[in-house]
Design a protein. Sequence first.
Length: 395
Amino acid sequence: MPRHRPTQTPRPVAHPGPTPPPPQQRERPGTTLRQRLAELRGPAVPPRPLDARALAALAANPGCRRRALLDGAGVDKAALATALGSPAPFGQSQFAFVRGNAFEAKVKADGGTELMRLLHERLGGDAGAPHEVSVPDLTAAGPEGRAARTALALREATEAGGWALLDHPMLALEVAGSPAYLEPDAVAVHPDGTWTVVEIKSFPMIDGSADAAKVGAAARQSAVYVLALDRIAELTEGAEVGHRVLLVCPKDFSNLPTASVVDVRKQRAVTRRQLTRLTRLEDIAAALPEGTTFDPECSRQQLDAAVESVGAAYAPECLAACELAFHCRAKARAAGAVEALGRSVRGELGGLTTVGEVLAAAAGKEGDPADPTVAALRRAAALRAEALAGGPACR
């Protein structure tokens, strides 16, 4: 008598993503995580480096498994969004890029003389003026070599007990089980062993203050650098990473540099907590269907299925931080998800997850009247109806 085999229902791929398989099934024989991520990216596609700006945005939305996997695998999300038919006008303009590079070169001219003067003026403390500044050579092969050379230069500068300026050092930080290599504008070493992150931006500082939103973004970005430096400082005797970073911007409407000190203790704590909550990449990758790839050369249908196989946590704030935000917004709107209205709205609606459910509850067609959310919706609908009818609510 043939053995009866129960039918298997397809595993859903919608939010919040597929259920990971048992641990014994997670790794295919002979496949390392690096190989798996290369397969997801596309064998001929070079990895896109994960920078501090992307890490800060990722830490602000740690529940988005989609962005964690795509960033960890080095997928070019802009090319992927274009292939999906949802290109995003995202990124820095060419004019702003050139202007930023020109200003940074001006700040670091003559061995960083003006930069070190600003640093000593704002954060020098009792140390003498930096007349002699060591600028170590950080040249090495590959990001791993540059990160190792940076760590060695930081230790040597701390042991020397003088001023040192590291121009574009390379720092390593583990994110969701995968290394990310970060490149701050500069790191300064004080004679007392303090390490200070220097962030150079091209937006102006008028009358001693700059745009609050841009300063906040710079602080979150700098906090990622501070976290990466903390790992090196733990292994370096006498070293301490400063919780205050030096923000250098053009003064007023000129091209002259000025500086301000930004305390990033809050941003560092939040970023550390959020990064530790990220699901490890191997767990996300192991839950994907066999043959999943995000290679932009694939068909639009194949890419759409691949993207939808990874759970996302869309919010309107993503539009300013992720290249795939327009694609995710279109999917959220098509599904009627309340997340498209914002995180605060989503939090207020409790178990009601779609706009259709919300409208049905407000109209009295569905929902438990004892549920406070349902009761509030019905009360709001009644008040709106009275207002539109010119009833008691508008007298």
